[in-house]
Design a protein around this ligand. Structure first.
Ligand SMILES: C[S@@+](CC[C@H](N)C(=O)[O-])C[C@H]1O[C@@H](n2cnc3c(N)ncnc32)[C@H](O)[C@@H]1O
Length: 265
């Protein structure tokens, strides 16, 4: 299948557009890890995925391809990566080429709500911070549909903890409209209804804003690249200056979950 294939456009929801805007800004700045649990949650996801060489993995909502590339490099898997936003898909394709992984990682434009793949295609389906921005039940059904019987679906998402004041939740809706006030059980129920069994999960506080976290995920040179682009692009600086105080206010009330379940054989 060719790289950068384009699916027919559909009207995006407000939450999808917000996710794309936020991911697009971070991607333009050079950030490679675009989910709230950061590098540590990806590590937990990889542990729960029990990856082995030659497995076929789908990364649904892959952003700039960081985890897809890591899975191919570290585990020797064949990875298909899809995202709905053409700008991040282009970056993902560039990153795959830069890593010399064109034979192991294919990148397509694709919609998690209408995956172009046949039933029972992938040994593993991974998702990082995507389902919360879309019709959750439909997305969960789709990722389970394309997973092979006996395969695993592993998803990382975020939610407001029960202690989050109403005012924080209200004021953050423009920025994070996909986040709901949920406990992990809500995510477990979603995937149980979509057909997964043997569901296990880990959860914890989401920490993603601040120099320390950026250096943790992107390294010092990545941090300096991001800072340099921010300071030399007034549009990015304006966008970030508008978002940052709001992100800082909500961060203490956001937890992440990494959940894995098996599609019954
Ligand atoms: C928070 S980013 C996470 C990106 C990547 N998974 C990561 O963790 O670095 C959310 C991503 O979901 C993508 N997205 C939003 N709606 C989508 C949809 N309907 N189908 C596929 N991807 C979608 C956005 O374009 C964006 O790249």
């Amino acid at each position: 299948m060719p790289d950068e294939q384009h699916v027919p456009p559909r009207e995006l929801t407000e939450t999808e557009s917000a996710a794309i805007d936020w991911a697009g800004l971070l991607a333009n700045l050079g950030k490679k890890v675009l989910h709230v649990g950061g590098g540590p949650s990806t590590e937990q996801l990889l542990e729960l995925a029990h990856l082995e060489p030659d497995q076929h993995v789908l990364d649904a909502g892959c952003g700039v391809g960081t985890t897809a590339i890591e899975i191919a490099q570290r585990f020797g898997c064949q990875v298909t990566a899809v995202d709905i936003a053409p700008s991040v898909i282009e970056r993902a394709a560039t990153n795959v080429r830069a890593a010399g992984l064109q034979d192991s990682v294919t990148v397509h434009q694709g919609d998690i709500l209408e995956l172009e793949f046949s039933d029972d295609t992938f040994d593993r389906v991974i998702i990082e911070s995507v389902v919360m921005f879309v019709d959750r039940a439909q997305a969960a059904r789709e990722v389970v549909r394309v997973c092979k019987p006996g395969g695993l679906v592993i998803d990382h998402e975020a939610y407001f903890t029960r202690g989050a004041p109403d005012e924080i939740i209200q004021s953050s809706q423009e920025l994070f409209p996909g986040f709901g006030l949920e406990e992990p059980e809500g995510w477990v129920g979603l995937y149980r209804n979509a057909g997964l069994s043997d569901i296990e999960y880990v959860s914890g506080p989401a920490e993603f804003i601040g120099p320390g976290y950026i250096i943790r995920d992107e390294g010092l040179s990545g941090f300096l690249t991001i800072l340099g682009r921010l300071l030399t692009h007034p549009t990015y600086l304006r966008q970030m200056a508008g978002m940052l105080p709001r992100v800082r206010r909500v961060q203490p009330y956001i937890d992440y979950i990494v959940l894995a379940g098996r599609k019954p054989a």
